[in-house]
Design a binder for this molecule. Structure first.
Ligand code: NAD
Length: 453
């Protein structure tokens, strides 16, 4: 099929590359000139496992191209995917300006009938708004054809986006039109060959399903984090409780890991947008508000624990931070728990040494002043990062941090104190190596005398 994908971000780029890999001709439209130039030079502008290779292949086969020119992007398109950002507005609602701007351009530019598919996470009723916007453009131009609009929310996860797109759990098609459904089913057929995973529903149900999924996952995280706080007070290890409840198939073992909070470009903004939608309807989103409040508190826990450990005197301390991306496998730091920690440490006059396998450039851009003053040092190697530190904090559980040589690290650090923001280490093993271990919702293990800064 001839496809156009609008937006070359995490979703658009993966969508375009994967559809091209399956033999479709895809033109991806991107308005950011820097990003576009990199894509045209064959570079992958984001860190996403497997994506660079797919982009190369799309380039070699000639099936994938990039442009900023609407005419070129739409010239042959049978299906147009919208994959632009829907960030939070100040009141928490989803900002649809990019989606609607695309709809306006489509109304002005579409040269012939096609199917428009919204992949951007958007509130219930957005498909209708896109259709109205395109319709008014077509009417102004007095063209005789109609354009159908469908919702096809995206469920890929950053860090495994290519894998998720290629082997989806489910594909949700929100359209009441049999023609549109059939066309999308045909397009997705190669991705779901061994099992029927395509779910057809109304556009509104599709739009709502995406928010429901993210809100549910965020709720699971905030639920276990809430219990972790209580565990900490009762001298119970939440990790044992997690295993105890996760073996029940009604609960399941995924997404019940206690930690320093969820971040990223989706969960926080989608929970906010759903709360806003509920409030607009005069409906009380009691659980969602609690999910959000718990997560905000959770993101401050590591700093509070550090503050308590140092008796409130943090100035001139050296703290090493492992992991800055909002989760492993990505360079994305949007709403990452690491940023809340960095901000608080820098404000408190702490000298921070941080490392991350993919997100250093994103963080350097956000904290340029702290980097240039020397208060924040960004390094690639976790061992260099730990040198001279009064405490080490694990924020993002990249594989690289899972089994470090803690015996060696103990010799590098000024004080062997570890704050495990993802509960990935064994407290008894660390205490036997001489560390003082703090987890999330776990008893503190080991001893370490705090010496002057
Ligand atoms: N990132 C994820 O893991 C993920 C997963 C599922 C769904 N989503 C949803 O998908 C949507 C896109 O998310 P993302 O993370 O890919 O966003 P992103 O910010 O990484 O990318 C959006 C891209 O669209 C481009 N863009 C914006 N307006 C444009 C226009 N008018 N013309 C051409 N290009 C334009 C931007 O320059 C940017 O490159 C959001 O609604 C998000 O909630 C994201």
């Amino acid at each position: 099929m001839e496809l156009c994908v609008i937006g070359a971000g995490y979703v658009g780029l993966v969508t375009a590359a994967c559809f091209a890999q399956m033999g479709n001709r895809v033109v991806c439209l991107e308005r950011d000139h820097v990003r576009l130039a990199r894509l045209r030079q064959g570079q992958c502008p984001i860190y996403e496992p497997g994506l660079a290779a797919l982009l190369q292949e799309g380039r070699r086969s000639g099936l994938l191209s990039f442009t900023e020119d609407w005419e070129q992007a739409l010239a042959r398109a049978e299906v147009v995917f919208i994959a632009v950002g829907t960030p939070s507005q100040e009141d928490g609602s989803a900002d649809l300006q990019h989606v609607l701007a695309v709809a306006e351009s489509l109304g002005r530019q579409l040269p012939r009938p096609c199917l428009v598919v919204n992949k951007s996470t958007s509130p219930v009723g957005t498909v209708e708004r896109i259709a109205a916007q395109i319709g008014s453009g077509l009417r102004e131009r007095a063209v005789a054809f109609a354009v159908e609009v469908a919702s096809n929310p995206e469920f890929l996860k950053e860090g495994s986006a290519v894998e998720d797109f290629m082997r989806p759990d489910r594909i949700i098609l929100g359209s009441d039109s049999p023609v549109a459904r059939e066309r999308l089913q045909r397009l997705y057929a190669p991705f779901v060959r061994n099992r029927e995973r395509v779910l057809c529903m109304s556009p509104r149900a599709a739009e709502f399903s995406k928010y429901a999924a993210n809100a549910f996952l965020a709720s699971k995280i905030s639920f276990i984090n809430e219990l972790a706080g209580l565990c900490a007070q009762l001298e119970v290890d939440i990790e044992q409780v997690r295993r105890g409840i996760g073996s029940d198939p009604r609960i399941g073992s995924d997404f019940i890991y206690a930690g320093c909070g969820y971040g990223g470009s989706c969960f926080p903004k989608d929970v906010r947008a759903l709360i806003h939608t509920a409030e607009q309807q005069g409906y009380q989103p009691t659980i969602l508000r609690a999910v959000q409040a718990r997560n905000a508190q959770q993101k401050t826990l590591l700093f509070k624990a550090l503050e308590q450990h140092f008796g409130g005197f943090l100035r001139e301390r050296r703290v090493a931070v492992w992991g800055l991306a909002f989760k492993p496998g990505t360079d994305d730091v949007r709403e990452a728990p690491s940023l809340v920690l960095l901000e608080a440490l820098l404000d408190a006059g702490v000298r921070v040494q941080a490392c991350d396998p993919a997100a250093l450039a994103s963080v350097a851009a956000l904290y340029a002043q702290a980097v240039s003053s020397g208060q924040l040092t960004l390094v690639e190697d976790p061992y260099t990062c730990a040198e001279g530190a009064d405490a080490l904090v694990l924020v993002t559980e990249w594989k690289q941090f899972r089994q470090p040589d803690f015996r060696h690290i103990r010799g590098l650090m000024r004080m062997p104190v570890l704050f495990d923001g993802r509960n990935i280490y064994d407290p008894s093993e660390l205490s036997s190596l001489g560390y003082l271990y703090h987890g999330i919702g776990r008893p503190v293990v080991g001893h370490c005398k705090v010496t002057a800064a």
